[in-house]
Write a protein that binds this ligand. Structure first.
Ligand SMILES: [Zn+2]
Ligand SMILES: [Zn+2]
Length: 266
């Protein structure tokens, strides 16, 4: 699969004054949240579900969760460009090397969803879904997918990547749970935007946050809350604005994005 950036569909947003993007993550097989996200799909140009679609603690068997979530993802993809990356709750098998991995999400890829290792071009943004990795083999697969996507990059680049790096987005209020490899991958590729989840408390915790700027890269964690509406981030990638909403609080920020085409100059 080296050199193959996965299913590379191209989609042009008709209203080029806005690239309306919705980030949700950690839906954890909550059907009310999945219903809410599906209802939003018509209103956005890009929908990103940044991992933990399933819930390993649910009483519903994993196979049944997978069937239901695949149905939702297919419906979302029929309405807008939909990106879904795996999280640690989405693992469903072990590789030949004994590492846990996510296989089922490839089925959503066949329904038109941009999934783990795959990329799409949306209004001149390259958008890539990054798989959750648990060991050296699955990390190498992720690195290969990013290198392949980098080869077709011409301008701005957005990643869906479940685990944020150490910093405000991975702060639980008492401890950091940062992805140890993401800082290196950011240095290597310098994506413009990385959409994360995983650390449910980070946007709500003292010392945590829902966004972070690292060099040229803006990272977001939409967080988790109970109830039918997931906490979420809305971005306008054309105007360079982002806002976060949860039942407990909200916020907004302007993004300073590198000039299109300069972001990856080196
Ligand atoms: Zn989660
Ligand atoms: Zn997680």
């Amino acid at each position: 699969m080296d050199g193959d950036p996965g299913c590379l569909l191209a989609r042009t947003v008709t209203d080029s004054t806005a690239l309306r993007t919705l980030l949700v993550s950690d839906l954890h097989y909550d059907l009310r949240k999945l219903d809410w996200v599906l209802a939003q799909a018509d209103e956005v140009d890009l929908l990103v579900v940044a991992g933990d679609l399933l819930d390993v603690g649910s009483a519903v068997p994993l196979d049944a969760q997978i069937a239901v979530v695949l149905e939702y993802l297919g419906r979302m993809a029929a309405r807008t460009t939909t990106v879904a990356c795996s999280g640690n709750h989405d693992l469903d098998h072990r590789t030949a090397d004994g590492e846990k991995a996510t296989g089922w999400i490839a089925e959503a890829g066949r329904a038109g969803v941009v999934v783990d290792g795959g990329s799409a071009i949306v209004d001149r943004w390259l958008v890539t879904a990054c798989a959750w990795w648990e060991g050296p083999r699955t990390l190498v697969d992720l690195e290969s997918a990013l290198d392949a996507a980098a080869a077709v990059r011409t301008g701005r680049w957005l990643w869906a990547y479940h685990g944020p790096p150490e910093g405000p987005l991975s702060w639980t209020g008492s401890k950091h749970f940062g992805d140890p490899e993401l800082p290196r991958l950011l240095d290597r590729h310098r994506p413009d935007v990385v959409l994360c989840g995983h650390i449910h408390q980070a946007p709500h915790a003292d010392g945590g946050g829902w966004y972070e700027q690292r060099g040229a890269t803006w990272l977001f964690n939409s967080g988790f809350q109970t109830g039918p509406v997931p906490s979420h981030v809305r971005l306008d990638l054309t105007a360079g604005r982002a806002s976060w909403w949860s039942a407990q609080g909200e916020g907004a920020t302007d993004l300073t994005l590198a000039a299109d085409g300069d972001a990856h100059a080196s």
